[in-house]
Design a protein around this ligand. Structure first.
Ligand code: 5GP
Ligand code: ZN
Length: 110
């Protein structure tokens, strides 16, 4: 079972910021911004493309949860990222949406 499956199922304890029957959100271990939340489907999909193909309703929920957390925190701007594939920086191969906020972000990203 992958690390995010263990967090989603409670095998590894993590402070959950949000939980629904299909999705959980928790803080990134190595935050890259004052807000750095990971929002994941409980079901294991290797990346965002697989998650979107397999369950578009749950995939859409990831964005709804990101919007809710951003609104709760009063973020005036935020970035949402799916790193998809190692060359794009993906290191955990369980689909996850990064919600980053609380500072200014450069574009283009590195
Ligand atoms: P990726 O590089 O795959 O897009 O993002 C993986 C993210 O997961 C990284 O930002 C990393 O800091 C975070 N991460 C890796 N292992 C853990 C963990 O065990 N707990 C938490 N909360 N975050 C993790
Ligand atoms: Zn998994």
């Amino acid at each position: 079972m992958c690390i995010f499956c263990k967090i989603a199922s409670g095998q590894i304890s993590a402070e959950l910021l949000y939980e629904s029957p299909t999705v959980v959100a928790f803080n990134d271990l190595e935050p890259q911004a004052p807000t750095h939340v990971l929002i994941i489907p409980k079901a294991h999909y290797e990346n965002a493309a697989e998650a979107a193909s397999a369950d578009s309703t749950t995939f859409a929920e990831l964005f709804t949860v990101a919007k809710k957390i951003a609104a709760e925190r009063g973020l005036d701007g935020y970035r949402m990222t799916f790193n998809t594939g190692a060359s794009a920086g993906q290191s955990v191969f369980h689909a996850h949406l990064h919600l980053l906020g609380g500072r200014a972000f450069a574009w283009p990203p590195g």
